[in-house]
Design a protein around this ligand. Structure first.
Ligand code: PLP
Length: 382
C-alpha cells in the first residue's frame, strides 16, 4: 500500500467519481449564469432546477424548500439569524446544545451579544442530549431549537424524534445541522417535525464551498445577505452551479449507497475497535453505541494525541484531533469536555473517521503501526 491512508472523512471527503463526471461539463461548455435569458443561461437554469429537484428528492421535501448556500456554516448561520432576528432582542429565546459545531455555537454567541437569550443543553457521557432537559428549558419566548443530527467529533446520534415531538407540541421551530448525518442515516423530515436542516456537499463526496438549507414551506427566514433575486432573495448571489450540481449528485450517490454502506462501516468499525482493544491496554472508546458508523473517537491512555497524529502523518496516515475545525486550537474539545472526559483523556484522544473508500487492509495497516506509535507518544516516554 503506497498511497495515503485517509481516515478523516468527518473533516472532508474526496470527490466521488460520479460527482466529478457530473461537474466536469460545467467547467467547460456549460458555464452559463442561470439568470441569463439566452440559451447558455437557460441551459444553466435547467441544470439548477434539476439539481434542486435531486436534493429535494434526497431529503424528502419539495423543490421550493431548498435554498443553496456556500456550505453548512452559512446554512447554520442563516437558520439561526434568519429566524431569531425577526424578533426583538430580549424577547426571543434559542435553545441549542453544548456539543454543536462552531457554526452553530459561535452564531448563538453572537445572538447573545445582540441581546437574545440562549440556553445550551448538556449531554451525558455518551454525548447525547436528554429531551427532558429541553422540556425544562422551554419558555413562552422560545422561538427556535437547534440540535445536530450526528456529532462530528464522537458520532453520537441525537434523539431528534423525541425533540421534534416536544418542539412541535410547543409550536417552536426545530433546526438540525445534518452535515454528519445525511450521508448514512435515514431521515424523515415530516416525522421528525424538522423545520430547518443544514447540509454540506464536501462531507458527502461533493465539492467544498456548497451546501443547502431546507426551510419548511411557511417558515419565515430573514436573509443574512442582500443582493439579487436568487434563492427567492433569502440567499442572493450568482449560484455556484458546479458546486450545486456536485451536491445534487452527491445526495444521489449517498442515497443509493446508504443502507449498504451503513452495514459495511458498522461491521468494519466493530472489527477495528476489537483490534484496538487487543493491542492497546486501557484504550477508551468515546463513541457511543448509538452513533453513526463513520465516526470513532478513541482515547489512548497516557499519550499525546498531537504526537500520535504527527507520527501517523509521517506514515502517511491521516486522522484528526477532535474536530478538524478545532485542530488548530489549543483549548480542549468542547464536545469531549461536555461529555465529562478528563483533561488527560482529552489530550490522548484522536478521531478516526471512515468513508466509502475505506478498506479493511487500510485499517490493518493502522492496527499494525499503532502500538509502537502509542508507546512512543506517551508523555512519560517523551
Ligand atoms: N456542521 C458540522 C456538524 C460539521 O461537521 C461541519 C464541518 O466540519 C460544518 C457544520 C461546517 O460545514 P462547512 O464546511 O460546509 O461550512
Amino acid at each position: 500500500m503506497s498511497g495515503p491512508i485517509y481516515l478523516d472523512y468527518c473533516a472532508t471527503t474526496p470527490v466521488h467519481p460520479q460527482v466529478k463526471d457530473a461537474v466536469l461539463p460545467l467547467l467547460n461548455e456549460q458555464y452559463g449564469n442561470p439568470s441569463s435569458m439566452h440559451k447558455i443561461g437557460m441551459q444553466a437554469n435547467i441544470l439548477l432546477t434539476d439539481a434542486r429537484r435531486a436534493v429535494a428528492e434526497g431529503l424528502g421535501c419539495s423543490n421550493d424548500e431548498i435554498y443553496f448556500t456556500s456550505g453548512a456554516t452559512e446554512a447554520d448561520n442563516l437558520a439561526l439569524f434568519g429566524v431569531m432576528r425577526q424578533f426583538e432582542p430580549g424577547k426571543a429565546h434559542l435553545v441549542t446544545t453544548e456539543i454543536e459545531h462552531h457554526a452553530i455555537l459561535h452564531a448563538a454567541q453572537q445572538l447573545e451579544r445582540e441581546g437574545y437569550h440562549v440556553s445550551y443543553l448538556p449531554v451525558d457521557s455518551h454525548g447525547i442530549v436528554d429531551p427532558q432537559d429541553l422540556v425544562k428549558l422551554i419558555r413562552p419566548e422560545t422561538k427556535l431549537v437547534s440540535v445536530m443530527m450526528v456529532n462530528n467529533e464522537v458520532g453520537s446520534i441525537q434523539p431528534l424524534q423525541e425533540i421534534g415531538a416536544i418542539t412541535s407540541q410547543h409550536g417552536i421551530l426545530l433546526h438540525t445541522d445534518a452535515v454528519q448525518g445525511v450521508g448514512l442515516l435515514d431521515l424523515d423530515l415530516a416525522a421528525l417535525h424538522i423545520d430547518l436542516l443544514s447540509v454540506s456537499a464536501h462531507k458527502i463526496y461533493g465539492l467544498k464551498g456548497v451546501g443547502a438549507l431546507f426551510i419548511r414551506e411557511g417558515v419565515q427566514v430573514l436573509p443574512c445577505l442582500y443582493g439579487g433575486p436568487q434563492e427567492k432573495t433569502i440567499r442572493p448571489g450568482t449560484e455556484n452551479l458546479p458546486g450545486i450540481v456536485s451536491l445534487a449528485e452527491a445526495v444521489k450517490v449517498v442515497g443509493s449507497e446508504k443502507q449498504k454502506e451503513r452495514k459495511r462501516l458498522s461491521e468494519l468499525r466493530s472489527w477495528f475497535i476489537e483490534g484496538l482493544r487487543n493491542r492497546i491496554e486501557g484504550v477508551i472508546i468515546n463513541t457511543p453505541v448509538h452513533s453513526s458508523p463513520h465516526v470513532l473517537s478513541v482515547s489512548f491512555p497516557g499519550a499525546s494525541a498531537e504526537m500520535m497524529q504527527v507520527r501517523l502523518s509521517r506514515e502517511n496516515i491521516a486522522v484528526s484531533l477532535g474536530s478538524a475545525c478545532n485542530s488548530k486550537e489549543v483549548a480542549p474539545s468542547h464536545v469531549l469536555v461536555a461529555m465529562g472526559l478528563s483533561r488527560g483523556q482529552i489530550e490522548g484522544t484522536i478521531r478516526i473517521s471512515f468513508g466509502y473508500p475505506t478498506t479493511q487492509e487500510e485499517l490493518e495497516k493502522f492496527l499494525e503501526l499503532i502500538p509502537t506509535i502509542w508507546r512512543r507518544s506517551k508523555f512519560t516516554d517523551g
